[in-house]
Structures are given as C-alpha cells and as structure tokens.
Design a protein around this ligand. Structure first.
Ligand SMILES: [Zn+2]
Ligand SMILES: [Zn+2]
Length: 140
C-alpha cells in the first residue's frame, strides 16, 4: 500500500511517488515543458529571456524557472535564461545564490566556525578550571 501525500502544486491527495507533485500535475508539467522546449529549440528563440518565453508560450514564469533550476532547460544552451538570486535578486543562471552572495555566505560560515571554536575552547577551559578546583579540594 503506497503512502499518501498532498500534491505540492494542486494540493490533491495522491499515492506518493518519487515526485512531490501528483500524476495530473506531472502530465501538465510535461506538457508545459514541451511547449517551452519547442519554443526554445527554434534558432531564433535561443536568445529569448524568461519574460519573452512567458509571453510566447503562456507558461508561468515560476514553472519555467523550475525547469531551469532542475536543469531540464540548460542555461548553458540558452544564455539569456536567468532567475533571481534567492538572497539579493541579482539574475543568476545556476545554483540558488549569485557569486557574490556565495562568497559572503562562505565567509559568514567561516566566521561562524571560528566563533564555535572559541566557544568550545572556553568551555574546555571552564571544565579544566572546575576539575582543578575539585582536585584541590580532594587533596586537602
Ligand atoms: Zn497536483
Ligand atoms: Zn546574490
């Protein structure tokens, strides 16, 4: 007996598959993907931007962005496909955040690690001090 789940798109209950959306939505998705892909396949449309694709195909921007994020439509093939960085909104063509934000997040992470290391050291010193104290009492 399959596990039930709510479709992430239409909220309908369906027997869970490896996808987060129900079979109806998958079919709809496929149809929209085909529409977008057929449009982009044409040589004159290779340079199309997302708003142009939305206008030409009637497929919603979010859906097209999902295709790009899932790498079903490759931004290497279609250079003008980009979507906003999740942090600052700069247009990007791969990943979740732009180069700048990625660098900032990495240094944030490094900073975070340093803080943790200092905290750990303090904690150890604290324990050490407590131990010394007890030892001293015991020796008396
Ligand atoms: Zn659905
Ligand atoms: Zn950014």
């Amino acid at each position: 007996m399959g596990e039930l789940a709510n479709c992430a798109r239409c909220d309908k209950v369906f027997v869970k598959t490896n996808k987060s959306i129900c079979p109806d939505c998958v079919r709809e998705d496929e149809k929209q993907f085909q529409t977008v892909y057929d449009f982009l396949k044409k040589r004159e449309n290779r340079q199309a931007t997302i708003p142009e694709i939305v206008e030409a195909t009637g497929v919603e921007e979010d859906v097209i962005l999902q295709f790009v994020k899932d790498k079903r439509i490759r931004s290497t093939q279609f250079p003008n496909l980009s979507y906003p960085c999740e942090r600052c909104g700069e247009p990007i063509a791969s990943g979740k955040v732009c180069e700048n934000c990625r660098n900032e997040l990495t240094s944030d992470l490094r900073y975070q690690n340093e803080i943790e290391q200092v905290e750990q050291k303090n904690e150890q010193q604290e324990k050490q001090r407590a131990k010394t104290y007890y030892t001293r009492i015991n020796n008396d």
